[in-house]
Design a protein around this ligand. Structure first.
Ligand SMILES: [Zn+2]
Length: 275
């Protein structure tokens, strides 16, 4: 039986949309935005690793193809990588231009709160909305701040322990380094060596950093002690079983549920009227 797609096909020129996103990234110094054929391969791998899933929504995601990407990200689950590509494309272009229209000084802020760690198997319990609320409470007094924040979970290995670590990445303008570090201060007495990191972003890197913070798939990180005695991390592949858990986590939310838009309004992507 054919299942109804999650994201109904639309009578629009998909090729034109892909071309617009691609050209928009080139115009904003980011020609390396993920090629769509690579995303289609990742989507196919994701479909294979979830082939045994009892969640019937997977068969609906399987109907999104590179030639017919879901056109309604507001209804598509965040699991869909092709839908993510298109939705992120629109979000990055729009956020880039709005941030640039305010300032040319930007920060990338990464907050790794130990309270957002979850045992493997319990990632479902990590709620982007409550992480957003934490951030909103911390920055509500910074009246001029604008930005876009995205929740992610990375698979961290510390010694013999593996866990999901939730984090928020924020690209912001309108608040200084000092204001941000004061507002977001976290105790360093937790197992997270550097709970808050703030870096300046060059305007030419803005689109690239926006793509980085909104990437849908998780990173695997292994903590080790570097030669200089400091804590460091290296990146590793996330095993399939854990990727499946992350896929299920994204299946539990809509495309934009990981995003928090601060002090500005993004145009709704993919809101073309359904046939
Ligand atoms: Zn889709």
């Amino acid at each position: 039986m054919m299942r109804k797609p999650l994201c109904p096909p639309f009578n629009v020129d998909q090729a034109a949309r892909r071309k617009r996103i691609r050209a928009g990234m080139v115009d904003r110094d980011f020609p390396d935005f993920e090629p769509l054929d690579l995303v289609a391969k990742q989507q196919a791998q994701m479909m294979r690793r979830n082939a045994q899933s009892s969640d019937c929504r997977w068969s609906a995601v399987g109907q999104c193809t590179a030639d017919d990407i879901c056109r309604e990200p507001n209804r598509c689950q965040a699991a869909c990588l092709l839908g993510n590509w298109a939705s992120r494309g629109d979000t990055i272009l729009d956020a880039h231009d709005q941030l640039m229209s305010h300032s040319s000084q930007f920060h990338l802020v990464t907050v790794v709160n130990w309270g957002w760690a979850r045992d493997t198997g319990n990632l479902y319990d990590l709620k982007p909305r409550s992480m957003h609320r934490w951030l909103q409470r911390r920055i509500q007094h910074l009246k001029g701040i604008r930005g876009i924040a995205c929740v992610e979970a990375s698979l961290n290995t510390v010694g013999s322990i593996e866990l999901w670590q939730g984090e928020i990445n924020l690209v912001s303008t309108g608040a200084s380094y000092q204001e941000l570090s004061k507002a977001l201060k976290l105790s360093s007495s937790t197992p997270v060596p550097k709970p808050v990191m703030i870096k300046a972003i060059q305007p030419g890197d803005l689109a690239h950093v926006l793509a980085y913070i909104t990437k849908p798939l998780p990173e695997g990180r292994v903590a080790y002690e570097a030669d200089n005695g400091r804590q460091a991390q290296r990146y590793v592949r996330v095993p399939s079983a854990h990727l499946r858990e992350h896929d299920a986590w994204r299946m539990s939310m809509l495309m934009r549920d990981r995003l928090l838009v601060i002090g500005m309004r993004l145009a709704q992507s993919g809101t073309e009227k359904c046939r």
